[in-house]
Design a protein around this ligand. Structure first.
Ligand code: ZN
Length: 267
């Protein structure tokens, strides 16, 4: 962790850098949501250290695995439903309102950027979302509130009323293909950005770790905010090791709203 004086001067450096940039994006990982009580699934205390992950093929083929999969999701539902955005999410929305942020690309599935105010079309969810349910075949969207009561009425997992496909929370499961549209959008946006702020990601797992590299290779600047060192610290123009919420709040307070840039629409 930086000491206070270093952190303060690094925050000022970020503010100066952002003021000189037009197309700014953020890339967020689990570290931004831990302050909202969302566990880091892959961390040392993560869910996957306690539970064996269930592969998509098991969800599709084995009724027992399917039931277990849904039971875990239902158990985690109240925590997800009640989670509220923290000052990190709110500061990013503040930057968006002040025209210092155009997009958020996220590895998180908690929907907290949108709950903080970010419009849906400004958030690219690389791993999908736990906040709604989708048909695995036709992608029709269902809401939790409509699906949960079905589990009390019937003993089997619900199916799509449109095509008969299996329903599942709209996240990427183990063994499930990446979301092509989201992945391509993230790549496009990261290439076009002239600055990326990475928050709460260890940047150790590809393809996610490649996103700031894409911005850097296209001439953009990289800001990294994380409690611990990351896999990409050496490419950072500004590196801040500390609590994401406080740091982002200080950055958002350090800039004044600016006029909407023409480029924002083209981005
Ligand atoms: Zn369907």
């Amino acid at each position: 962790m930086n000491n206070d004086k270093t952190l303060h001067s690094e925050i000022n450096k970020v503010i100066t850098l952002l003021k000189a940039k037009k197309s700014i994006i953020a890339f967020t990982g689990a570290g931004i949501s831990t302050e909202s009580g969302i566990p880091d699934f892959r961390g040392p205390q993560g869910v996957w250290k306690k539970y064996r992950p269930i592969e998509l093929s098991e969800v599709l083929q084995d009724p027992e695995s399917r039931a277990l999969y849904w039971q875990r999701k239902i158990d985690m539902y109240p925590q997800m439903k009640n989670a509220v955005p923290n000052k990190g999410h709110l500061a990013l929305f503040e930057l968006y309102k002040k025209n210092f942020l155009q997009y958020v690309i996220t590895q998180n599935i908690d929907g907290l950027h949108q709950r903080a105010g970010m419009p849906d079309d400004r958030v690219i969810e690389l791993h999908g979302s736990n906040t709604y349910i989708a048909c695995l075949d036709c992608r029709k969207r269902y809401e939790w509130e409509d699906i949960l009561p079905l589990f009390e009425k019937q003993s089997t997992s619900p199916k799509c009323d449109e095509c008969g496909g299996w329903l599942k929370p709209a996240t990427i499961s183990f063994g499930q293909a990446i979301l092509e549209y989201e992945t391509n959008e993230a790549e496009r946006i990261a290439s076009a950005a002239d600055a990326i702020i990475v928050i709460g990601s260890s940047l150790q797992v590809y393809p996610a770790a490649g996103i700031p590299v894409t911005t850097k290779m296209n001439g953009g600047s990289v800001v990294i905010i994380n409690m611990e060192p990351t896999g990409q610290d050496e490419i950072a123009d500004c590196l801040l090791h500390g609590p994401a919420g406080d740091i982002l709040q200080a950055i958002a307070e350090g800039v004044d709203e600016r006029a909407i840039l023409k480029k924002k629409r083209e981005f």
